[in-house]
Design a protein around this ligand. Structure first.
Ligand SMILES: *Cc1c(COP(=O)(O)O)cnc(C)c1O
Length: 357
């Protein structure tokens, strides 16, 4: 399928741009959104860009009852030269395409999804902020809209994209280490479950643990495997990296770990730097032992929103493991500077991770 020329129905009431120092994350949306309808009978059709606004959904829409929906999250950056570029566009489109079958959702061909993202970002191009560490966050979503309460894959689905200018994740631009609670009881994703897909349901499953952790002063939880609660999986909604001595370890991808694009960037860059990098299972006992031996050098999460999020302390079974004196580690900082530098165009893009609009 090729989308052809996507019609644009421009808003007659464009909104003022919010000040770039007050953007936050995901609070403000641009003037337009893109929608494409899918039916089992006719496939994808009617791609269009329309003014941003509420969706008309039948209250029986299956996503509202059975959670048949998923999303993506990627960014566009305004470079130092003023030009807007998309970050790892095809990889994000491919991931949504590959994940959709797990939820019995129709997969938009990655080339069409990329074309849709480009078309919408072009229309709202002047919403892309330029302040340091700001970006345009892009949220493509697939949602089952068929009005039917029987339990089976919906035969009517909506793909839409909304855009949100976002500010610096860490206020003043410096990375801030967070305290993390190691969750021994609740499970984010189980073997055979939805964990490897950006399914809305995974986020619903994660909220209670996050709320409990916040109440006790932690920013997020570290997720262990869903069977024995022993092997490390992810941290909050990010992939997890642990530096033990001179080895950088991240859990291998599985059906309960999301294949993060930032994870891939970190692995690629760290390997090029000649670091010892392992994708291997890592138990919480090994982390506790490494800390006791003085070898737990750094822990950090990776994801599109924050890029790198250092962990300054882990709370596990009533014990507090302070990491690197609660300060940002040298590797976390180096990775953050490198990846954000490529995103902004101040460092060379040797892998072709940026795509022009
Ligand atoms: C989106 C996501 C990540 C990070 O993926 P990126 O592509 O780097 O943004 C990690 N874990 C979970 C559970 C996620 O949903």
């Amino acid at each position: 399928m090729a989308l052809g020329t996507i019609p644009v129905h421009r808003t007659t009431t464009p909104r003022p741009r919010p000040p770039e120092d007050q953007l936050g994350f995901g609070k403000v949306f641009t003037d337009h959104m893109l929608t494409i309808e899918w039916t089992a009978r006719d496939g994808w059709q009617d791609a269009k860009i329309v003014p941003y606004g509420p969706l008309a959904l039948d209250p029986a829409a299956s996503a509202l009852h059975y959670g048949q929906m998923m999303f993506e999250g990627m960014k566009a950056f305004r470079g130092a030269d003023g030009k807007v570029q998309l970050w790892r566009l095809m990889r994000h489109c491919q991931r949504m395409h590959d994940g959709a079958p797990r939820l019995c959702l129709p997969a938009l061909p990655p080339e069409d999804m990329a074309e849709a993202v480009r078309a919408l970002v072009k229309v709202d191009e002047d919403w892309v902020p330029s302040a340091p560490d700001s970006a345009l966050y892009i949220r493509p979503t697939l949602v089952a809209t068929e009005a039917f309460l029987g339990v089976r894959p919906a035969e009517r689905v909506l793909f839409f994209i909304i855009l949100s200018p976002v500010g610096a994740y860490y206020g003043a631009g410096a990375l801030t280490p967070v305290k993390i609670f190691v969750e021994r009881e609740l499970t984010r994703a189980a073997p055979g479950g939805l964990g490897a897909v950006k399914a809305a349901a995974n986020y619903a499953a994660s909220l209670q643990a996050a709320v409990r952790a916040k109440k006790d002063g932690y920013a997020q939880v570290l997720w262990l495997d869903g069977v024995r609660h022993e092997t490390l999986e992810e941290v909050g909604t990010m992939n997890l990296f642990v530096c033990i001595g001179d080895e950088l370890v991240t859990p291998p991808l599985s059906d309960s770990i999301l294949s993060g694009v930032t994870r891939d960037c970190v692995l690629t860059v760290a390997r090029e730097w000649g670091l010892k990098v392992s994708e291997r299972p890592l138990s919480i006992s090994e982390v506790i032992a490494a800390h006791a031996a003085g070898n737990l050098a750094e822990v950090f999460g990776t994801g599109t929103a924050a890029v790198v999020s250092p962990v300054g302390e882990l709370a596990v079974d009533g014990q507090r493991l302070v990491i690197n004196d609660g300060k940002v580690g040298a590797l976390s900082l180096r990775l953050y500077d490198e990846i954000t530098g490529v995103q902004r165009g101040t460092r060379p893009d040797r892998h072709g991770w940026l795509t022009a609009l």
